[in-house]
Design a protein around this ligand. Sequence first.
Ligand SMILES: [Mg+2]
Length: 367
Amino acid sequence: MSLTIQSVSTELLRVPLQQRTITDSQSTVTDVEFLQVTLRTNEGVTGYGMNWSYTTGLRAAQVMIDENYVPVLLGQDAILRKELVRKMFFSNHFVGRVGAARVGIAAVEFAMWDLACKAVGLPLWKYLGACRTDIKAYSTDGGWLSWSEDDLVRDAVRLIERGFDAVKIKLGRPDPREDYQRIAAVRRAVGPKIRIMTDVNCAWSLATARYWGAKLADHDVYWLEEPMPPEDVLSHAELQRAIPIPVAVGETLFTKQSFRDYIVSGGVGIVQADATKLLGIDEWLEVAALASAYNLPVIPHTNVQQKLHVQLAAATPAALMVENCYESLNEMWEEPIYVKNGWYTLPQEPGVGLRIRPAVIQAHRIG
Ligand SMILES: [Mg+2]
């Protein structure tokens, strides 16, 4: 059996978040953009992939797919995925070796994995070979920087009542003393057993991260995420040597070599690889293997791509849990997954599971 690609189509949509406007230290998020890629084959099997961005920017990835990658893909066997990814990458590497170029390739790569899984009738995690049948979730849905301290505490308590035992809180207010007080308030409200993660979204200097990162240990913070710009590996390594809390990075690292540099230099304690930023699932698995060789936990970054990362985590012994965020968008997927009592249950449908419902595409399509 071959999976010859007969057509490639892309659809760009912008979906509003049905909740209060949210902010972290860098972004105000009112909408999420999605780029759906559809691969049709001569065997009648159809593969779906997607990628995402906040509010705007994916049109660049769509143009790269339509102009550069479609000629690479048409008439080719999707099982030769790794070779096709290499060809797509070099088709426009003078324009973008990272960023939109990779985001577009990843969307196509997921669709090729979807075809492979459907051809054998297995969900991704079973196709890969699994080490678990469910996985713990932690929630980011209540910890936004724009929340008042009262709202922050109320949301943390609400999430714990629903069964979560781990919540993430955004940091990066103009005065870090405020961040510290907000974490102290959440810790007082939730008690000692709940895990509290923190996320700075790259806003701090090394001096700020050293001082306040160390102070966060007063409240038993489980990790400090993206304290500084991701390009600055050396500062992260210096920070990780100086503070007792694990430093978490990965959501803005686009290459396995970036992860290698972080891991070898000691700049990362929690590996948050995200297949939507890498060249797809194959490169994610390489990063996960590298992390495992260094005895580092892998806790994938997700916001809308939980279905994908829950399955990758199920096939990765070093994965401890998976992020949960933007639950208001769950219903846009053809086959959504949900968290119950703080745990994800793995999907049973064949494929990767990134198909957006046609009615949602129709309602929100912008390109
Ligand atoms: Mg983050």
